[in-house]
Each structure stands twice: as structure tokens, then as C-alpha cells.
Design a binder for this molecule. Structure first.
Ligand code: SF4
Length: 438
């Protein structure tokens, strides 16, 4: 059977798609890039933004046309569009053969005619890496219920994977040439709180505590061949000094935090039910900056959330100008059916105001990122080479910044690159000649 997996959304979706592909391969199926050749088409969907959902619905429309023209193939919809109850989706898209919640691959295996009921199939199935970097989900779901967010309803409650499972997966990747892994979770610092006490703590005297993200980083740190460890996405309240210290102490863990702030105004944060005040956020931010030298800070911001006044938006703008993040992911709020905000708050910021605020943040951030990156001019950056595009090599430095460069290199190598040009989005330079072995 030939299959095609179409994926939108976050890195968690990318990781899920890779895992499903590995399972289908293991069961004797083969991947095809051509959707019209596939016997099984899986759409791995995202509901975080309306645009992503519209893209999946567009794909479904095209698949329906292929069906009505008489082509015989199976269609599965997986990911965040599929909630615990999917009767409405089934009514709306009656030609879909299977709906599968995130990480629940069983309905897809059923329509592919594959028996995976033994319970041992998926834990022993790891994606085949197609790059020198890999995403490793470590905690699934989210317990936070921010009012605008659909994730807890679609991905369920927080559930950590055992440390041993994760280490096995990292060893599998490293043995196949992966040099850098990213430990993934919607709230990655929540890792371990639901695991058994002592099931991974390495320090003496804390065996009565469950492992945390720092313990996990220590547990995978010595995997042979692995050179870099990243982690994504941070939730300010779950971040502890102990985890921050682990990042600072462990040489393979990269100095790069993505800590979404979402708003710079306490009243908006309360309406979002983010669970922290601005002061608490800034305290964590400063703690990271003071303990992790050379750290790159990234954040996410939503503009135009329900009831956001000009003043409230200005507080966000002022915060970004003050904290000077290396990078800001900004989005205009769009209500997601099923969320608390959709049920209880009016989406009352006019579309033009949302767009203006979006552009204001984008412009501010372009200037700040450019200024921060310009400080790297004439420095030498350690780059993990990932790929070659349009005659140039591409990789990232430890802080996660994209670097394009000329010179001798190969994917998986670490190359020293002298930075000659910097924009808000990337750095450009030339590889230094490799040192001659003594
Ligand atoms: S922390 Fe909030 S925004 Fe992030 S996934 Fe959980 S509910 Fe959504």
C-alpha cells in the first residue's frame, strides 16, 4: 500500500507524522510524494489558527473530487481538528474513512488493514530521520486551558513519556546520524510531574521527587553522537531555577528559550488565563538571562485578543521594546470554536486594528532582531550544517539562529563560520578552513 501524509501545524504534528510514517513503513507500506498515487492519504491537521483549518478543508475538497472521479483510495484525518467526539466532522465530511486524534494511530492502521493491537508496535517504532536534527515529543497534551487555546481539548491532558523510552528514541536517532534533538512539549517544563517519584532523578537525596526536564536532559546528555539538545515550548510558571541551571550547566544544551508571553498587560493575561502576571513573567525572564550567558530569547504574542484596548496593546509593545527578544512570533487573535474565549468573550477588536497592531509588532521586532543580529558581525559562530540550498549551506548556531554560508561543508558537520552580513531573520558568512589535525 502506498501512503501520503500531508502535515500542517506545529513541530509536534511534524513528529507525529514522522512516527506514523515509520509505523506504516514497518508494516510494509511505502511513502509516495504524489498524493494522487496514494492508496491512503492522511491529513495531519492543526486547529490553532483558522487559516490552518481552512487549508485542511481545502485539501479535503480536492480529495473528494478525486473520489467522485472514481479513484479508489482511503482518506484519514488526524491531529488537532479531531476532538474526542467527531460526529460533526463525520457528518460534514462523510467521505473520510477514519478520524484519529493526535497520536492515536489505531483508526488509521485499521483502514490500512494493519493489526497493531498487540500494544508493542508503537512504543518500539521510531521515526526514520531525514535530517541531522530531530524532534522528540517528551510530554503530550496540556493542562493549562488558556482561554484562547484549543490544544487541551484536542491533545488531552499532560502525559509524560518515561525517561527510558525517550533515551531509546534519542539513541536510535543518534545512531542514524542525528546530531541535534529538540525535546518537545506544549509546556515542556511540565515534563515529569505525572511520572513516578524517583523514576529518573539522578541526584542523591531527591529520590522522593518525580523527574523534571533537567533530569531528562541529563539522562540523554551522554548519548554517543548527540551534540546538541534543544527544548520547546516553555511555559513561564512551570520553569524552575533547577531547570534553568541544568540548561546553564549541561554543555550540549543550547542557550535558546522560547517563552511565550502572549501579552504585556496584566488584565489581558488574566482574560487569557495564562496563570502569571507580567511581573512574574519578567522575573523568570531575568532569571534565565542572568544564569544562561549568551542566551537567545524568543517569545510568542497574540494581538487583538478579546477586549484589548489601545492602552493594553501599548503595554505589549512597550514590553517587547524593553525586553528585546531575539525573535517574536506574532499572530492576530482569531476565535477558535470550543475554547473558553469563544464561549465567554466577545471578539470585539476590529480586524483593521488587529492588522495595525500586528504590523507594529512586526516592524518593532524586525528592528530589534536586526540590531541584535548585527552584534554578531565579524564573530565566528559554530554552525551545525543541515542542508544546501541555492548554492549555499544552511545551518543554525547554538542560539538557534539561521546561518547561510559559503565554503566547504557537509550535513552533520560542525563548521566555524565568520559572519559577514546580518538581517533580522538570518546571518550570512563564510566557513573558516577546518583546522589541520595536529
Ligand atoms: S499553555 Fe495555554 S496556549 Fe500553550 S498549549 Fe497549553 S492551553 Fe494552549
Amino acid at each position: 500500500m502506498k501512503y501520503h501524509i500531508w502535515t500542517v501545524g506545529c513541530q509536534m504534528n511534524v513528529a507525529d507524522s514522522r512516527k506514523l510514517a515509520a509505523g506504516l513503513d514497518r508494516a510494509g507500506c511505502s511513502a509516495t510524494d504524489a498524493i494522487e498515487d496514494a492508496d491512503l492519504v492522511v491529513l495531519n491537521t492543526c486547529s490553532v489558527r483558522e487559516h490552518a483549518e481552512d487549508r485542511a478543508i481545502g485539501q479535503l475538497g480536492r480529495l473528494k473530487k478525486q473520489r467522485t472521479r472514481g479513484r479508489d483510495f482511503k482518506i484519514a484525518v488526524m491531529g488537532c481538528m479531531v476532538g474526542p467526539r467527531h460526529e460533526e466532522l463525520a457528518r460534514r465530511f462523510p467521505y473520510v474513512d477514519a478520524f484519529a486524534r493526535p497520536q492515536d494511530f489505531a483508526p488509521i492502521m485499521r483502514i490500512a488493514g494493519i493489526d497493531d493491537s498487540g500494544g508493542e508496535f508503537w512504543p518500539a517504532t521510531f521515526a526514520t530521520p531525514d535530517s541531522v536534527t530531530a524532534f522528540v515529543p517528551v510530554i503530550h497534551g496540556c493542562d493549562k486551558f488558556c482561554t484562547y487555546c484549543i490544544v487541551p481539548y484536542r491533545r488531552g491532558r499532560e502525559k509524560s513519556r518515561p525517561i527510558e523510552d525517550i533515551r531509546n528514541e534519542v539513541e536510535h536517532y543518534a545512531a542514524r546520524g542525528v546530531r541535534e534533538i529538540t525535546l518537545l512539549g506544549q509546556t515542556v517544563e511540565a515534563y515529569g510531574h505525572d511520572l513516578e517519584a524517583g523514576s529518573g532523578r539522578r541526584e542523591a537525596g531527591v529520590d522522593d521527587a518525580a523527574p523534571d526536564l533537567g533530569d531528562l536532559m541529563r539522562a540523554v546528555h551522554d548519548v554517543p553522537g548527540l551534540a546538541r539538545i534543544r527544548f520547546l515550548t516553555s511555559y513561564p510558571k512551570d520553569m524552575t531555577a533547577r531547570i534553568i541551571d541544568a540548561v546553564a550547566e549541561l554543555p550540549k544544551v543550547c542557550e535558546n528559550f522560547n517563552i511565550p508571553v502572549q501579552s504585556g498587560d496584566d488584565a489581558v493575561l488574566a482574560r487569557m488565563r495564562r496563570g502569571y502576571t507580567l511581573e512574574e513573567y519578567i522575573e523568570k525572564f531575568e532569571l534565565v538571562r542572568s544564569r544562561v550567558p549568551g542566551v537567545a530569547m524568543v517569545t510568542d504574542v497574540i494581538v487583538g485578543f478579546c477586549g484589548e484596548s489601545d492602552d493594553e496593546f501599548q503595554h505589549t509593545y512597550d514590553l517587547l521594546a524593553r525586553l528585546r527578544f531575539d525573535k517574536v512570533h506574532v499572530a492576530a487573535y482569531s476565535p477558535r470554536p470550543g475554547t473558553i474565549a469563544h464561549r465567554t468573550l466577545a471578539d470585539d477588536v476590529p480586524a483593521e486594528a488587529k492588522q495595525e497592531r500586528l504590523h507594529a509588532v512586526e516592524q518593532l521586532e524586525a528592528r530589534i532582531s536586526q540590531e541584535i543580529n548585527a552584534r554578531l558581525l565579524d564573530t565566528v559562530q559554530e554552525v551545525l550544517v543541515e542542508s544546501r540550498r541555492e548554492g549555499r549551506w544552511t545551518g543554525r548556531n547554538r542560539q538557534g539562529k539561521l546561518v547561510h554560508f559559503a565554503g566547504d561543508a557537509a550535513p552533520g558537520q560542525f563548521v566555524e563560520v565568520r559572519i559577514e552580513h546580518a538581517t533580522a531573520w538570518s546571518l550570512q558568512g563564510t566557513a573558516l578552513p577546518a583546522p589541520v589535525p595536529a
